[in-house]
Structure formats: C-alpha cells, structure tokens
Design a protein around this ligand. Structure first.
Ligand code: P6P
Length: 329
C-alpha cells in the first residue's frame, strides 16, 4: 500500500511549476502547517479544561490558562514571525498590524488570519476553524496597513484549517482547491480531496433564521422561495463559518450572512474571512457575492471591515443575488 501524498511533498511538487521560485512561499506555508498542527492539538484538548484549567483560570500547576483563540493567535504569530518570509501579519484578534520583529529577517509576503473562528463553539464541542489569506508585500521599505487593504483578487494563497471530526487543511494558490487530512498518529497532513469542485447547484441553504426579523426584503423573499413547496432545499446551519462553508463546498449549496437591519454591513470580516473563502469557492467553480458585487472585487477601506456574504454553488448564489437585487430596486 503506497504511502499517501503528504502536504509537504505536494507543496514541493507545486513549487516545481515555478522553476525560478526561491522556495520562500513553500517555506512560509510549511511554517503555517506547523501552526495548524499545534492549534489542532490545543483544540483537541480544550474539553479537558476542567482538568487542565478552564480558560482564564489557573490549571493544576497554577499556570494561567489562556483562552483558546488567544492561544491560537499567539501560536500563529510565534510560529510564523521568525521564518524570514513575512514582513507583517494581521489578526482578527489584534487591532493593528503586527510587524515582524527587527531581530528576524523580513520576507515578501503578508498574511491575515482569523486564528480560531467560532471559538465560542469550543465549549460545546462544535467544529471551529482557522482562516488565512496571503498577499505579496508592497515594495516599500516599511510595511503599513495599506499593504493589507487589497481587493481579494490580489491574494496569492487562501485557505482554512477545519478542526472537525478530523482536522483538514484546504487551500488554493489559484491552481484549484486541494484538501488534506491530518493523521494525528504520524503528525502529517495527507492529500484526501484533490481538486475539489463545488456542485453547480446544491440542496442546502445555510442562514441564521433567528435573524429573520432583521432581514431585508431580498433575503426574506429568497428564503421564502427555497422553503416553498417544490423546492428541494434543506437547511443546515452550524453557526461556525468554516464548518458551514466546508460542508457546502463538498456537497453544494449556499451560505448567507447578508446585510440586514441589525448588521448593515453584514457580520463577517472581509479580509480574513470572506476574501479567502471567496478565492477558494471561485477556484472550485462556485461564486461569492456581497449581494451587490463580487466579494473579490471589493476594495477594503479598513483592516477589520465587515461585509455581507452570499457564497457557494454558482447557480444558488446567482439566484439569491437576483432576489436581493430585485428587492433593492
Ligand atoms: P450568528 C462565529 O461567531 C461566526 O463568526 C462565524 O463563524 C459564524 O458563521 C457566524 O459568526 C455565526 O453568526 O449570528 O449566526 O451566530
């Protein structure tokens, strides 16, 4: 039985596409994979809070127990800052960009990430995820927030790690979408989903119907349509973005977190949630819209900017957008 294709081997084979490549991206991604493995082991032990000490308390050794999203954030930063491939980072957990310490060499990339999205679900053992987006750094000597405020079409890599029934890493560099599953017994990610394609149309719609009292007409009319007689759609909503997105990516369907009367710009973050997932879904043959425009075309104004998000199977997204736009006129 041949050994499966590891993520490390896959990255090196991808690098061969670019004979002039310096190998810097491959090394950067390898650092990211180490962070993913560490966070996965931390997430898997979260349920032992009572023994190890719940977040914000002291454990049996009298040590402060960090909240898991803070721990994931620290892990990401400490694992990636010294590699010499980044010039700066931005995290959902931190107001400002994080400059790489001057004691480390600087690199040609910047990375934005949500270290542990949906972390409130940890306490009830629901899947959570890490989402990341990589851009080329600007040519200037000093990196500023402007290096991060690029439309999603400029991403060179995007991906997520889903800490679910297994730990999966899914990413794209613009050459298809590939999924790897972690074998914890050997500590390696193995290729399990090569060239993922999302079905043109799916049977799932994902939205928080508890917000229906806030919905605008375009959302209400679309959801009424997908729930009407003759519709084949069924509802699936975990309340953890990476879990909901990943299921729809594999099975087909549409996820909606639209603008509404409570969240005028939607709830989800553009730079490190909507953009990376939109890059992935388009590479898998799907679509992603704010309702008014393609997500990847949005020019960001600020680091933690929110955006409405309608994402998934192309035919489903187009139908939801048509209801949105019709109601907007
Ligand atoms: P709501 C989790 O808090 C999160 O940021 C995403 O992971 C998820 O899709 C969304 O919020 C759920 O929001 O308002 O439905 O609870």
């Amino acid at each position: 039985m041949p050994v499966g294709m590891t993520l490390t081997k896959f990255l090196h084979e991808e690098q061969r596409r670019y004979p002039s490549s310096s190998g810097s991206f491959t090394a950067l991604f390898s650092d990211l994979v180490i962070a993913a493995k560490i966070i996965s082991s931390q997430v898997r032990r979260a349920g032992l809070g009572g023994i190890l000490g719940a977040a914000g308390t002291q454990n049996v050794h009298g040590e402060e127990v960090q909240k898991l999203d803070e721990l994931a954030n620290d892990t990401f930063i400490r694992t990636m800052e010294h590699g010499g491939h980044l010039s700066a980072m931005a995290s959902e957990e931190m107001d400002d960009i994080i400059h790489v310490d001057s004691k480390y060499p600087k690199g040609n990339y910047v990375i934005m990430f949500d270290p542990l999205d949906g972390s409130s679900n940890i306490d009830v053992n629901i899947s959570v995820g890490t989402i990341f987006s990589i851009l080329k750094a600007g040519k200037g000597s000093e990196v500023t927030v402007k290096d991060f405020l690029k439309p999603g079409v400029e991403q060179v890599c995007a991906g997520y790690i889903l800490y679910g029934s297994s730990t999966m890493l899914v990413y794209t560099t613009g050459h298809g979408v590939h999924g790897f599953t972690l074998d914890p017994s050997v500590g390696e990610f193995f290729l399990s989903h090569e060239n993922i394609r999302i079905p043109e149309k799916g049977k799932i719609f994902s939205i928080n119907e508890g917000n229906s009292r806030h919905w605008l007409p375009g959302t209400s009319s679309y959801i009424e349509k997908v729930k009407s007689n003759g519709s084949e759609k069924t509802a699936r909503y975990v309340g953890s973005l990476v879990a909901d997105f990943h299921r729809n990516l594999l099975r087909g369907g549409v996820f909606l977190y639209p603008a509404d009367k409570k969240s005028h710009k939607g709830k989800l973050r553009l730079l490190y949630e909507a953009n990376p997932l939109s890059f992935i879904v388009e590479q898998a043959g799907g679509a992603a819209s704010t309702g008014d425009e393609r997500v990847l075309d949005v020019v960001p104004g600020e680091l933690h900017q929110r955006t409405p998000l309608i994402i998934g199977s192309k035919a489903d997204v187009e139908e939801a957008v048509s209801f949105w736009k019709t109601a907007s006129v």
